[in-house]
Design a protein around this ligand. Structure first.
Ligand SMILES: C[S@@+](CC[C@H](N)C(=O)[O-])C[C@H]1O[C@@H](n2cnc3c(N)ncnc32)[C@H](O)[C@@H]1O
Length: 304
């Protein structure tokens, strides 16, 4: 979250700083939770693609403070946050600097959970955008699939999976595939997610894997082969090379968060006659790309 420009007039950005969230995305998870009560009875949680950590902050607050965990509870909450970037520590959260597409990440998470499955997995993953629209959409879809694969190896039956999606052309296929794995799949758009963006969140409730299917992550196995046995419907290719599309599966769409509250697309004017202080970022970047450049400049490795 920058300190200048349009950000200043975005109410969620300002509120995040005032309330101590590392990013405005915290409000997305809070508003999803208001709608779906995601954390009821939840003890083991995985936050994929978690840096800088505002979702992990929400999880820590909800599981340790709001769910009124006491030291006498049989199972204390466990939250694991995974990201390619290093993350500054958060109370009650174990951070892993790792790639969610790598099988080793799964074993590390399971080790932290003592081999027990997770109750809740969320992913707010977004790759670095290249600006090439089709490529960006493809990489984002692959990241969601990687999160889903990891989730199928981690989540207990009945558990919940929430992930960021972009409602692009092929999203119906994802809804229909998720429909085979979960009791209910909903496309939710929190008030704090900009209406002008294709971003939304799939809320998948009631994990119900086929009883014969034992998902195993292996870098040499394609995504298609990974889901073989999961009983996920596929396009049938016919002899004349046409294919029969599955019936279109449209997930119910729910707008969530207080709809009369701040509009994330609006620009709110800052009153100039009021004394105002500019708050510093809640958490400075741990490994910003400019750090290396500054070092190089200092060492004379970069010339004007
Ligand atoms: C929008 S940010 C997440 C914000 C976070 N939910 C929060 O509330 O602070 C997206 C994150 O996805 C991470 N990411 C992208 N690809 C990843 C991968 N393959 N493995 C782990 N993290 C990844 C990026 O490093 C980035 O920090």
């Amino acid at each position: 979250m920058g300190k200048s420009s349009k950000d200043k007039r975005d109410l969620y950005y300002r509120k995040a700083k005032e309330e101590g969230w590392r990013a405005r995305s915290a409000f997305k998870l809070l508003q999803l939770n208001d709608q779906f009560q995601l954390f009821k009875g939840v003890r083991r949680v995985v936050d994929l693609c978690a840096a800088p950590g505002s979702w992990s902050q929400v999880l820590s607050r909800e599981l340790f403070e709001k769910n009124q965990y006491t030291a006498n509870d049989e199972i204390p909450p466990k939250i694991v946050a995974v990201d390619l970037q290093p993350m500054a520590p958060i109370d009650g959260v174990t951070t892993l600097q790792a790639d969610i597409t790598h099988p080793k990440t799964l074993s590390k998470i399971l080790e932290i959970f003592g081999g027990e499955p997770a109750d809740f997995v969320c992913s707010d993953g977004a790759p670095d955008v290249t600006g090439l629209h089709d490529l960006d959409e493809y990489i984002q879809a692959q990241l969601i699939l990687a999160a889903l694969q990891l989730t199928t190896c981690l989540l207990r039956p009945g558990g919940t999976f929430v992930a960021k999606i972009f409602r692009g052309r092929d999203i119906d296929l994802m809804y229909s595939q998720l429909g085979y794995l979960f009791e209910k799949v909903i496309c939710a758009k929190p008030r704090s997610s900009r209406g002008t963006s294709l971003e939304a969140f799939i809320v998948c409730l009631g994990y119900k894997p086929s009883s014969h299917w034992k998902p195993t992550l292996d870098p040499n196995v394609s995504t298609e082969d990974f889901f073989k046995g999961a009983n996920i419907g596929r396009y049938e290719l016919k002899d004349d090379l046409t294919y029969e599309e599955e019936k279109r599966n449209v997930a119910p769409f729910i707008a969530c968060g207080d709809l009369s509250s701040y509009d994330s697309d609006a620009t709110y004017t800052i009153e100039s006659n009021v004394d105002r202080i500019s708050l510093d970022p809640v958490q400075s970047p741990t490994a910003p790309p400019y750090k290396k450049a500054i070092e190089k400049k200092r060492n004379g490795e970069i010339k004007r």
